[in-house]
Design a protein around this ligand. Structure first.
Ligand SMILES: [Zn+2]
Length: 191
């Protein structure tokens, strides 16, 4: 009911992680479970220049998560930004490419300049949630003093502990956004 991760037990509404942690977003959903195949596909998309995958990913997310997006009343999509350094190295922001495709299908605009990543964060794969949150402190900054969106849908590639989404959501809420939701390509395994 919260982060959208599938549950192993049907008598619970939230995963252990969401029960333990107060998130800054209201709800989120992912297109895929983060399996080995999905991981390999996302790796090609992010690190091996296969930017054209965004077309397929975006269409699938619009189709399968479209009713969730509309149900949240999202009035804009906000892709999680990457730093200028990463953007130069990679040539594109994968979250932004997906978001723009979803916009094309749903008609909900992508606001790609609303939030900036002012600081890069080291790889966080092996870190605990507390360490991740510490790393992310001050990493995002709202780029405009007027945020017109009331309900924002954050778009990213992978949801693991939710610390990145929470950091972006916190910045949006501070800027006056009322409700924050998220969609991602993939989320961690059932918990
Ligand atoms: Zn959860």
């Amino acid at each position: 009911m919260k982060c959208g991760k599938p549950l192993l037990r049907s008598d619970s509404e939230c995963c252990k992680d969401c029960k333990r942690t107060g998130h800054n977003f209201l709800r989120g959903r992912a297109l895929y479970i983060y399996s080995d195949e999905v991981r390999a596909s996302i790796t090609r998309f992010k690190y091996h220049g296969r930017r054209e995958y965004a077309g397929y990913y975006g269409r699938e997310m619009a189709e399968r998560l479209g009713s969730f997006i509309k149900g949240c009343g999202a009035d804009c999509l906000v892709p999680v930004p990457v730093s200028m350094e990463k953007l130069k190295k990679r040539g594109y922001n994968q979250a932004e490419l997906i978001s723009e495709r979803i916009s094309a299908y749903t008609g909900i605009p992508t606001e790609k300049d609303l939030i900036l990543r002012i600081r890069d964060t080291p790889p966080m794969k092996e870190l605990t949630r507390a360490e991740r949150m510490k790393n992310l402190k001050g990493a995002f900054k709202i780029n405009s003093h007027v945020v017109k969106c009331r309900n924002v849908m954050i778009v990213d590639d992978i949801y693991t502990t939710g610390s990145t989404i929470d950091a972006v959501a916190a910045a949006l809420l501070r800027a006056g956004v009322k409700n924050v939701y998220f969609i991602t390509l993939a989320a961690g395994a059932p918990v």
